[in-house]
Design a protein around this ligand. Sequence first.
Ligand SMILES: Cc1ncc(COP(=O)(O)O)c(C=O)c1O
Length: 373
Amino acid sequence: MTINSNFNSNLKNTELKKYFVNLNSKIDFKRGFGSDNHAPIHPDILSAINLVNQGHFPSYGNDPWTEHAKLIFKNLFGNHTESSFVFNGTAANVLSLKTSVQSYHAVLCSDISHLYWDECGAPEFIAGCKLLTVKTIDGKIDPNYLEESWLRRGDQHYSQIQMISITQPTEVGTVYSIDELKTIIDWAKSKNILVHMDGARIANAAFTLNTSLKSFTTDLDVDLLSFGGSKNGFLLGESVIFLNPTLFKNFQYIRKQGLQLPSKSRFIAAQFLAYFHNDLYLSIAQHSCLLAKKLEELLMINNLTDYYQIQYSVQSNAVFLKIPKDLVKNIRQEFFFYVWNEKDFTCRLMMNWDTQESDLLSFIEILKRQIKI
Ligand SMILES: Cc1ncc(COP(=O)(O)O)c(C=O)c1O
């Protein structure tokens, strides 16, 4: 048998290109504020994937780019810290919990947290613990309710709190100040429980606080951090950062058993390398946060806030707008977004690296048209 080794990738590429040109011509490429997951991959990040797409290298994290990315995380968060890639934000959160909880433990989280509402019970199913919620103000855990949640310590009938999870920025786009974080973390440490931070959009918090990532994580004694990539211009990929390295001990097994060990780790590493190169992470954060501020400003200067009310202070890349129920459908048809609260029709408008000022202007015109001003 003769083996045909004349693999002509160029010919295949032109055929593939033609196929996509044809397919894409039938797709309606609408813009919107649906999610920072809806945006394409940032070109520098996509190009980094291409730049490591050569040669054969060991998989499962044993490649030079993964090693390099791990060093960068150490530079950012402290030499004593460890890091480990996973595929998505839910996994970063749930496996962070899994490092430290037993089935009789509980994790405190905010009453609007992604962990509690949007992970399909994965924390309970995979980490195997109970979640207990704490009341929030402006999306942030209200420290006045922490002590109230500290119930029945040592009581064999009650789940024992082992950790608190804080989302920074919050699910409604607000950002905890360093003092606000300190109050919650000091309380947690006084109770001898661990602190996890859900940082799916953590770069935005660093931009808004105008400070280093380390200053509101390592320096405040956070133990575990879910460091987000997907919502910040990546194809996919997040990193669990072990600011408390003792928790890293068995993570390689927890990650594999949790189905989150990326075989082709170098392609996740390449994205992080591009993200940190020349502080791209801060440029992306700055762009998306400033556009959210700009949208807020445009709503105000166009006198639209009597009709469309801004629900939370705009501190990162999100604007939460209460839109009259009967207008939501029409507006959404022209410019997509998600309804966040189906009771009062608060809608979530997300900016990202590729949002343009022209998107904001088009959206403002749509809003005006709906109320005929
Ligand atoms: C605050 C927060 N944490 C975690 C996640 C989970 O990310 P993923 O969808 O990648 O699992 C999300 C996703 O929307 C999020 O908004």
